[in-house]
Design a protein around this ligand. Structure first.
Ligand code: NCD
Length: 389
């Protein structure tokens, strides 16, 4: 019998801790929002575009902290612009070197401190699970702005808003995901989110070495019977796609530079290849682009990656309003939060072997796992979802 520690059952409360009778919400992965709540954010986003003046002072007196331990251009600046356009203000740091992490401060201590200064925080961290650890210890809402190669839920909200505005719906789509599907956290979050819409089909286009992690294939796609194929040729996949989601090969997450160099030019999208695509197949990319989309593609009316950046700011405005409980009428209906029951056990004699897991740098964190329904006897780390068996 495994030792059971009630303290760690906290994950069940991460997304909805209570404070002063109020439900405090965090956004750590896309399943922390229901489909109805995503619809609500999309509706608020559209309203922000139509009526920006209505929103310009709505967060007056509120402060956002951006805690970025890893490089960012779009995500950090879009969070900051979002809060400024809501009339609030912003504090934060943009690298681990300029924070007390450089002196060895834990994520838990940092968020407790930030909670004294700010009303909401967005955290990006190279270690997987760091924003979850922050949320477990935070007096304010925490948003995961990207954790290692794991999840990036606000990029997903951005992607959903972009697809919704371009296509008018989020169901009945064939979505091609191309590039680094192993380390690309935006891909992982997008699959989780889209897996709840009807008629979605994925075409996973990558070299074998960079395929979507098994936990997503087995515990999301297979479990929900969502059709998908894995292919290596982009040309072959192109004609059937409604959306092509290109991604960069994630150099910083490779254990070996040699392996990166071998795989870095796996896909380079050109205007010639686009001749194979449907006339209304849109091209998305979370950016930054390295060389996986030739600049000549930018002139194609189907290139939507800069529209996507605009949606990123708008949907983050909507998210900040939601987490601060400031969504205005008529969009302010109280929707039930998702019920997420993930049984957990502390298992201190097992260790997560993922070198990108937050437990590798924060030794005081309990080693905690959840049993894998599909694999009796196997566990996944609750922070990074690595398999331990
Ligand atoms: C992505 C990220 O950080 O995961 N960028 C972003 O936030 N828009 C994609 C990437 O870095 O490749």
């Amino acid at each position: 019998m495994l030792p059971f520690c009630p303290v760690l059952v906290r994950r069940a409360f991460v997304l909805s801790t209570f404070s002063g009778g109020h439900r405090r919400r965090h956004l750590i992965d896309p399943m922390d929002l229901t489909v109805e709540e995503i619809d609500q954010l999309l509706a608020v986003g559209d309203d922000i575009i139509q009526n920006p003046a209505k929103y310009s002072e709505i967060c007056k007196g509120k402060k956002l902290a951006t805690l970025f331990y890893e490089p960012s251009t779009r995500t950090r600046l879009s969070f900051e612009s979002a809060m400024l356009e809501l009339g609030g203000s912003v504090i934060g740091f943009s690298s681990a070197d300029s924070s007390s992490a450089a002196k060895g401060e834990s994520v838990a201590d940092t968020i407790r401190v930030i909670g004294c200064f700010a009303d909401i925080a967005a955290m990006r961290h190279p270690k997987e699970g760091a924003p979850m650890v922050a949320a477990m210890n935070s007096p304010i809402p925490v948003i995961n702005a990207g954790d290692g190669g794991h999840q990036h839920p606000t990029q997903t909200l951005t992607d959903l808003m972009t697809i919704h505005r371009l296509k008018g719906h989020l169901d009945n789509l064939t979505i091609g995901l191309c590039g680094d599907l192993k380390f690309g956290r935006t891909v992982h979050s997008l699959i989780l989110a889209l897996s709840r819409y009807t008629g979605i089909r994925f075409v996973l286009i990558s070299p074998k070495e960079l395929a979507v992690p098994d936990y997503i294939k087995e515990e999301v796609l297979d479990k929900k019977k969502i059709p998908y194929t894995e292919v290596q040729s982009l040309d072959e996949a192109m004609p059937e796609l409604d959306i092509l989601y290109m991604t960069r090969i994630q150099r910083e997450r490779f254990a070996s530079e040699e392996e990166y160099l071998r795989l870095k030019d796996s896909y380079i999208l050109t205007p010639k290849q686009l001749e194979l695509a449907k006339p209304d197949m849109y091209i998305l990319h979370p950016l930054p682009r390295v060389n996986e989309i030739s600049v000549a593609v930018d002139n194609d009316p189907r290139a939507a990656y800069f529209t996507q950046v605009f949606c990123g700011k708008i949907i983050r405005m909507a998210l900040i309003l939601k987490l601060l409980d400031r969504i205005p009428a008529p969009f302010d209906q109280q929707l039930p939060a998702p019920e997420r029951h993930q049984p957990q056990v502390v298992h201190n004699h097992l260790h997560c072997g993922n070198p990108r897991c937050i437990t590798t740098i924060e030794q005081e964190l309990p080693q905690a796992f959840r049993p894998v329904e599909e694999k009796p006897g196997a566990f996944r780390c609750i922070y990074c979802e690595a398999l331990v068996d």
